[in-house]
Design a protein around this ligand. Structure first.
Ligand SMILES: [Zn+2]
Length: 395
């Protein structure tokens, strides 16, 4: 049972119950489409007239549409409903250390269009380019309601500020303000791992979306974690929770962590660490390849590439077991390009965690992300989309 927070509680209004029912109906359509009004009524015990009124409102708002008739269960064939996919509703901006992607998606999270450019270490240059692309898309897509931005660093979602992005040494960049002043749309910013965790919660595989508590481990240039606690992102003070990439797991990492230390989890488990290992194994000959290329080589059977990935998986499993012991989540989802090589890294990833479980702790499933390419982009879009489906108010 959750203690009521009187600073946040809204006294129950007459509208509150209607809002809750509206969100329940919208989520039935999202998860079970195509679905009829009668089916929703049967499953929710809401009256048919209530469902019909809510559906009419959702249709007017452009959230739900009718898609022909379903199978009859005796009487008239029912009209089926699904999420409206006619137009773009969300704009997502994923800023990563290498590429920045700007994309539009429909209500179901399907990407409609995307453009990308090389991220400039100068925040003004990168954000100028973002503003240009975002303004163009907002003009072309009048249905877009908000812009979600994911950043590889510490952000304050409340003020829209990038507090610290280690790769570029950005400090206190008012990202939300810079984008929001150029277009008259709300801008929602978050850390990349939090955003990707949100995407897993709403658009991931059923084993993940059904979990109330899970941890997303995003392996990229660094290692980030997003914690989903009771069906929402756990943020901590000023949104700074989840910086487990900097927990100490050893000494003598192959590269310095983005924070400058050599003993952080990230310094052992990031893509950079894997590439450094590969460079050492290959006697420095091929360390200039990209991480996706390394994964391709490993999948193609190259021994050094496989060995570098397996060693990284070993270090990932050390950190993941610490998280499992501390949080006892239902699942841990591993995202990033390393997830493509799951068949090669799964044993090394789960071995230590299984040993922990044998000591009598409840098990957590360790699984690869199924968000596909560009998880941070899916995350950025989810920052907008999750708001459309989330509970109408916090109880
Ligand atoms: Zn660190």
């Amino acid at each position: 049972m959750r203690r009521i927070d009187l600073r946040k509680a809204q006294a129950a209004r007459l509208n509150t119950i209607r809002d809750i029912n509206r969100q329940i109906v919208l989520n039935y359509v999202r998860e079970r489409e195509p679905i009829s009004r009668a089916e929703i009524s049967r499953e929710t015990d809401l009256q048919r007239s209530t469902i019909s009124a809510i559906v009419e409102a959702l249709k007017l708002e452009g959230l739900v549409e009718e898609v022909g008739e379903g199978e009859s269960t005796g009487g008239r064939r029912p009209t089926m409903l699904r999420l409206c996919t006619k137009e773009a509703i969300a704009l997502g901006v994923a800023i990563t250390p290498t590429l920045t992607t700007v994309a539009t998606s429909d209500l179901a999270g399907r990407v409609i269009s995307q453009q990308e450019f090389l991220t400039d270490p100068d925040p003004r240059k990168t954000l100028d380019e973002v503003v240009e692309l975002v303004s163009k898309q907002a003009q072309l897509n009048r249905g877009v309601e908000a812009v979600g931005v994911s950043l590889p660093g510490l952000v304050d979602p409340a003020t829209g500020t990038a507090i610290y992005v280690p790769y570029f040494q950005w400090r206190d960049v008012p990202v939300g303000k810079m984008i929001g002043s150029a277009i008259s749309l709300p801008v929602i910013i978050d850390n990349d791992a939090n955003a990707v965790a949100l995407a897993e919660l709403w658009f991931g595989r059923p084993e993940v979306t059904d979990a109330r508590d899970f941890i997303m481990v995003l392996v990229a240039e660094g290692v980030g974690t997003g914690i989903i606690f009771d069906g929402q992102v756990y943020r901590g003070q000023r949104g700074a929770a989840g910086e487990f990439g900097h927990m100490v797991i050893g000494t003598n990492a192959p590269v310095a962590c983005s924070c400058g230390n050599f003993d952080c989890w990230e310094a052992f488990s990031s893509e950079r660490a894997t590439l450094a290992r590969y460079g050492t194994l290959s006697e420095g000959g091929s360390s200039s390849i990209s991480f996706p290329e390394l994964v391709d080589r490993a999948l193609g059977g190259e021994a050094n590439a496989k060995a570098a990935l397996v060693e990284t998986a070993h270090f990932l499993s050390i950190g993941i077991s610490n998280l499992v012991v501390g949080f006892s989540p239902e699942a841990v989802v591993v995202g990033g390009d390393i997830a493509r090589a799951w068949s090669l890294v799964e044993d090394a990833l789960t071995e230590r965690i299984e040993r922990t479980v044998r000591r009598g702790l409840p098990s957590a499933r360790i699984m690869p992300s199924t968000l596909g390419e560009k998880p941070a982009l899916r995350g950025a879009l989810s920052l907008v989309l999750a708001g459309k489906f989330a509970a109408a108010f916090a109880a």
